[in-house]
Design a protein around this ligand. Structure first.
Ligand code: ADP
Ligand code: MG
Length: 714
């Protein structure tokens, strides 16, 4: 039976072992546990476990309910049961793939009868399941060619006579394991790690726990590993989810509080002398959403506190106008504004459209990219430094050393999900606490943006300009792609234009990509559309050439533009009404949505052809989702479900830690509670200096790392 230390609560009257925090446990290597030598250490490292803290927070993926231990003679078809028995023999089952059977069957005997137990995968177990070895197996009892168990788990019982310790009890944890470390060993090690850890101190304030009916951290961790009751296990999980979200939110709250306190930005009091003529000169009326969001942005800019605002709006919702309004306000107030885009093509396009929109106004717009010639660059840098440049458009070249602004008071980051948090920060540091507007078309469900960008205010353009038609989207089998190109030809005969996107090989646009792109262009120009003008755009081209091709496409001189993903973000040619995406199964969902967004801007009903043969369920679901939905927010939720949420946080963009237990779509209500409590706590103690908040502060530092380093500077 489980030893008393694994009961929740720690019995009253016992002497509590010394208290420790999870942070303390991070500096204790797993090697200190008995039974962990170099081999096990390496296997654990493979699972991302290096310290006792990692060990105790390596949570089980599920629990085996051993309340249903049966004798073989008692088994009934359809039930889930656990049996103890000895191995009689084993044999491979299923059709071998590359000489290896996909599973095996072990014949077990327990004194009351025999039963075959089938296991899929995990063939390495065969080395251990020798005749006479005692095992415990559990799974569903099925009737196929006689009765058998299809096992979810099968383990060797190494010491049948001895104390089963952590392996007994009603609920037995089942951990994510790998080849080098097996189920029972993992369970034993976690048992030992919990014992070695002693009493784990709770960094969360007691009153918060009481208000939300949460148990303390120590009990929750123990309960999650070795539960005593199903209800308690659920409560413990909730406690850990709350814990995780609370720490992140407290970190964000502290960061926000600090910025608000220490940063005084310029107050942008625009007089409308540039903004009004710009807005009046637009060839369209603003949507109500655009009007509202411009108002929100300008209100923020009027304040002394620097603006930190995230502007979300689906592809094609018209974010650029908002950016220009902000830039003009900065210029009116006597400062400089800069907008940074993730690709040269997009920077180039912003430059063209912004200079065109402002051509009648006394505003000097300058572009800075990495591929400019030395002379051009020198002139641009000079104007940026002297203040001669009022609005600066560029790529990440803007944040390089040697780019000095005279008085940068507004930074706009377009397609911000393509930049890292660090880049955003460097950009801001080019000015003195400038206002910041970050824009994204990768729609993020609200719950997620609260977590990812909890320190930003959020504006939302939730309305598309009038007259936008849904993009008719079809998945096309590669064998039928010529049919898709026939439909494209019809569009072009009506006077419209089309994009053809090359299959994605690598983000970096390696040479092979370029060659593949060139081949695709050849095929289209020579075989499919010999009568049309077919252009090519890829990331390896010189800036001048890219500019030339885009200009020709915009002017209608190129009818079909073959491109790599360089057109993914923000490129805007309203006359383009069809897009063919070759190798569509290889793109991510949000990437496909962005690509498709290239053709939703005109007045003609647009078409999108996804050429691809999905090879996995996930890629099939992605393509299906695109056929079914136009709405980027809906698509991003689907994407979250397909990819799993972890990936969003693991990415360098987010600057956020991985979520281990929380699932944002599922745990919205916990997130909202945790956020409210965290912000309230930080409001009362903005630097978390109070002695009783110290453990919390240390945990946040561990979790958010460099992002909150300042919290520890004096
Ligand atoms: P995104 O939000 O994807 O960056 P853009 O700002 O590039 O979108 O705008 C997409 C297209 O819609 C552009 O051609 C732009 O001129 C046009 N547009 C923006 N706002 C409106 C509006 N209110 N009415 C009509 N067209 C608009
Ligand atoms: Mg845009």
């Amino acid at each position: 039976m489980a030893s008393p230390t694994f009961r929740a609560g720690g019995a009253l009257g016992t002497v509590l072992p010394p208290r420790t925090t999870l942070t303390d446990l991070r500096s204790r290597p797993v090697g200190e546990l008995p039974g962990v030598g170099p081999r096990i250490e390496a296997a654990l490292a493979d699972l991302g476990i290096a310290s006792l803290a990692d060990m105790v927070s390596h949570y089980p993926s599920r629990h085996e309910d051993l309340s249903n231990v049966k004798r073989i003679s008692e088994l009934r078809v359809g039930e889930r049961a656990t049996i103890f028995g000895t191995v009689v023999s084993t044999r491979p089952v299923g059709k071998p793939v590359r000489g290896r059977a996909p599973g095996f069957t072990a014949q077990l005997y327990d004194g009351t009868g025999y039963i075959p137990v089938t296991v899929w995968g995990r063939s390495w177990l065969l080395n251990q399941l020798l005749p006479e070895v005692r095992v415990v197996a559990s799974g569903e009892v099925q009737s196929r060619y006689g009765i058998q168990i299809v096992a979810k788990s099968i383990e060797v019982v190494d010491d049948p006579a001895g104390d089963e310790g952590p392996h007994a009890g009603r609920f037995v944890p089942v951990y994510p394991v790998n080849k080098g470390i097996q189920a029972r060993r993992m369970r034993t090690l976690i048992h030992r790690a919990l014992e070695a850890a002693g009493r784990i101190l709770d960094p969360l304030p007691a009153d918060v726990l009481v208000r939300h009916g949460l148990s303390n951290l120590h009990d929750a961790i123990h309960e999650v590993h070795f539960p005593t009751q199903r209800a308690r296990l659920r409560a413990a999980m909730r406690r850990l989810i709350f814990h995780e979200l609370f720490l992140i939110q407290a970190g964000l709250a502290a960061r926000k509080a600090r910025l608000e306190k220490t940063e005084v930005g310029g107050r942008h009091r625009g007089d409308g002398s540039l903004l009004n003529p710009f807005l009046n000169g637009l060839p369209f009326g603003l949507t109500r959403a655009q009007e509202r969001v411009i108002e929100e942005v300008l209100d923020d800019m009027r304040l002394e506190k620097p603006m930190r605002r995230l502007l979300q709006g689906d592809v094609g919702s018209g974010k650029t106008v908002v950016a220009i309004a902000a830039l003009l306000t900065a210029v009116e107030a006597g400062g400089q504004g800069a907008i940074m885009a993730p690709t040269e093509v997009l920077a180039e396009q912003h430059y063209l459209s912004i200079s065109a929109a402002l051509s009648d106004l006394p505003v000097n717009v300058v572009i800075l990219t990495g591929s400019q010639g030395a002379a051009e660059r020198r002139t641009a840098l000079g104007q940026i430094a002297s203040g001669g440049a009022n609005v600066v458009v560029g790529t990440h070249a803007l944040i390089q050393k040697g780019v000095d602004f005279d008085d940068l008071s507004l930074v706009v980051v377009d397609e911000q999900h393509r930049f890292g948090v660090g880049q955003r920060t460097v950009f801001r540091e080019k000015g003195t606490t400038p206002d910041t507007l970050v824009m994204t078309a990768t729609p993020i469900p609200r719950t997620l943006s609260l977590t990812l960008y909890g320190d930003l205010e959020v504006s939302l353009i939730d309305e598309l300009p009038p007259g936008r038609k849904p993009v008719e989207t079809k998945t096309v089998d590669p064998a039928e792609r010529l049919g898709a190109y026939e439909e494209v030809r019809k569009e072009i005969e009506e006077g419209r234009q089309a994009y053809v996107i090359c299959p994605l090989v690598e983000e970096s646009e390696a040479l092979e990509d370029v060659r593949a792109a060139e081949e695709l262009r050849e095929e289209l120009a020579n075989e499919i559309f010999p009568e049309l003008r077919v252009g090519l755009l890829h990331g390896r081209m010189k800036a001048r050439d890219k500019r030339g091709v885009m200009a020709q496409f915009r002017a209608g001189e190129i009818e079909v533009l073959v491109a790599t993903v360089v057109v993914e973000v923000g490129v805007d040619v309203p006359n383009a009404s069809a897009i063919v995406i070759e190798g569509a199964e290889r793109f991510g969902l949000s990437q496909l949505h962005q690509l498709r967004g290239r053709v939703c801007r005109g007045l003609h009903p647009p078409k999108c052809f996804l050429v691809g043969a999905p090879k996995t369920d996930d890629s099939e679901r992605r393509l299906q989702a695109l056929e079914d939905y136009q709405d980027g927010f809906k698509l991003s939720e689907v994407d979250l479900v397909i990819r799993g949420e972890g990936t969003l946080f693991g990415s360098r963009q987010s600057g956020m830690p991985d979520l281990k237990v929380a699932k944002l779509l599922r745990d919205v209500d916990v997130l909202v509670e945790a956020r409210r409590e965290a912000f309230a706590l930080v409001a009362g103690d903005p630097t978390l200096k109070r002695p009783d908040h110290r453990p919390l502060r240390r945990e946040i530092r561990e979790l958010l790392g460099a992002d909150v380093e300042w919290l520890f500077r004096e």
